[in-house]
Ligand binder design. Structure first.
Ligand code: TRP
Length: 452
């Protein structure tokens, strides 16, 4: 079974794939715009707190469940707890990741379009033109939908054909390249006139801007960025080998993920302040800021700016793809193994459902602006519902299950690879999972709903 399931080639490959799942638009697109809307540095401090206190223990929890069971999320939750009812948490995760894939594909589609537009040199012009370009494109009835569907289809091809190996190999080169390129763009962006205000915004906390919902937003962003709370990590961990050090892997991935997010912030804000883009412009933030950076920072060498722009969008598309693959894989593994249908057919179920969600979300921020739920556009609603309700809920239930309904010995054996690694940290982790994580998530929920 394990071999038939495992489309992942090597040990290092699966860890890379997990890092690839974490690093994506969550870091480069969502993190900057959330930071911009929530007061800059203060938000980042809360975010890092959430990563350390809730994110890393949460990641380890999903790793433990997945590697223990070596099967899809639904079955894994049942296996480790010995109770079928807990399988519902697996189902919740599969549902959540399907919805996320739906709206994520909209933004991934925008990136794909920007890649082609930058090759064609269409993103050249002053700040007004760049803003206008995004407005015109994103409110078109057809184009953004088609780009979004194209992205879901590319993901489908990779997942259904099981060509993950190629993706793994590519990510070995492309992920470090993304990191290097980010550093280059950060430097360029910080050298723009007036960039200091952006750096100040990112590094000097102003707690007066922190509203009562910021904590939940930081929590949601931390979970979203680590791919936590949907059994996605659990599904990937089911392909890990027996001697993978779960704690160390979780810490490495969380560190990499956080570094990339902060670099993305340092890339966007100095430039945004320099060209006068409002830091709280929301989801459009990176799309209306970056083309300016590529032109203005390299105005003396337009060819360099042109090439860096193309490279950047290409790498962003790749980073988004390694994330969408992971969301697609959760459902595909489930349908394939539980409905006993072929992997390809299983993948199609997901592709069709996600494409429909993607089109509706895309229309809701563009051509059909009355596609609203509870006052939010469908796209914002899906984002809010998943990041601020479903992900924390998934992580809360996972923690409660492990902390209170699974034998401590099973957890110890799994986390420490039968007593060979990370032994010293087991008690700390177990404490977090049993008390700290559930309590904090509950408190944050209660705070959000005004109870405390
Ligand atoms: N973490 C990814 C990013 O930052 C997005 C992602 C991939 C995700 N798989 C997930 C988010 C599962 C939540 C759940 O872009």
């Amino acid at each position: 079974m394990a071999n038939e399931r495992g489309n992942f080639g090597t040990k290092i490959g699966i860890i890379l794939a997990t890092a690839g799942s974490a690093v994506g638009l969550g870091n480069v697109w969502r993190f900057p715009f959330m930071t911009g809307q929530n007061g800059g540095a203060a938000f980042i401090i809360l975010y890092i707190g959430c990563i350390l206190l809730l994110g890393i223990p949460g990641m380890v929890s999903e790793f433990v469940i997945g590697r223990h069971a070596q099967s899809n999320a639904y079955r894994a939750y049942g296996k480790i707890s010995g109770k079928k009812a807990w399988r519902l948490v697996g189902i919740l995760g599969i549902l959540t990741s399907t919805v996320i894939l739906g709206f994520y594909a909209v933004v991934a589609g925008w990136c794909l379009q920007y890649l082609f537009a930058s090759v064609g040199g269409q993103l050249r012009g002053d700040a007004n033109y760049v803003t206008q370009y995004f407005q015109t494109f994103s409110t078109d009835a057809l184009k953004p939908c088609l780009w979004g569907i194209a992205f879901v289809l590319i993901t489908h091809l990779v997942v259904a054909r099981g060509v993950q190996r190629g993706i793994e190999r590519a990510s070995k080169v492309l992920m470090p390249l993304l990191l290097v390129l980010l550093v280059v763009i950060v430097v360029a962006s910080c050298l723009l006139p007036g960039a200091v205000d952006g750096i100040r915004f990112l590094l000097l906390p102003d707690f007066s801007k922190v509203t009562h919902s910021v904590l939940l937003e930081a929590l949601g962003q931390a979970f979203f960025s680590l791919s936590l709370g949907t059994a996605c990590l659990c599904t990937y961990a089911s392909y890990f080998s027996r001697d993978t050090n779960l704690l160390r892997s979780a810490m490495q991935i969380a560190l990499l993920d956080t570094i990339i997010a902060i670099l993305a912030g340092l890339m966007i804000f100095p430039a945004a302040f320099s060209v006068g883009v409002n830091p709280d412009s929301g989801p459009s933030l990176i799309f209306i800021t970056l083309p300016n950076v590529f032109q203005q920072a390299f105005s003396g060498m337009p060819v360099v700016g042109y090439v860096i722009g193309i490279l950047f969008y290409a790498l962003l598309v790749f980073a988004a793809l390694t994330s969408t693959i992971s969301m697609h894989e959760i459902g595909t593994a489930f349908f394939h193994e539980e409905l006993k249908i072929e992997r390809r057919s299983a993948a199609w179920i997901l592709t069709v459902v996600c494409s429909i969600i993607c089109v509706c979300c895309s229309l809701s921020v563009g051509a059909v602006s009355d596609l609203r739920v509870l006052g939010y556009s469908l796209m914002d609603f899906c984002d809010l519902l998943t990041a601020q309700v479903m992900l924390p809920l998934g992580a809360l239930l996972t923690s409660l299950m492990l902390g209170w309904f699974v034998s401590r010995q099973t957890l110890y054996d799994e986390l420490t690879n039968n007593g060979t690694v990370s032994r010293r940290f087991f008690r700390l982790w177990f404490f977090c999972v049993r008390f700290a994580v559930p309590l904090f998530i509950l408190l944050i929920f209660l705070h959000q709903f005004g109870v405390i």
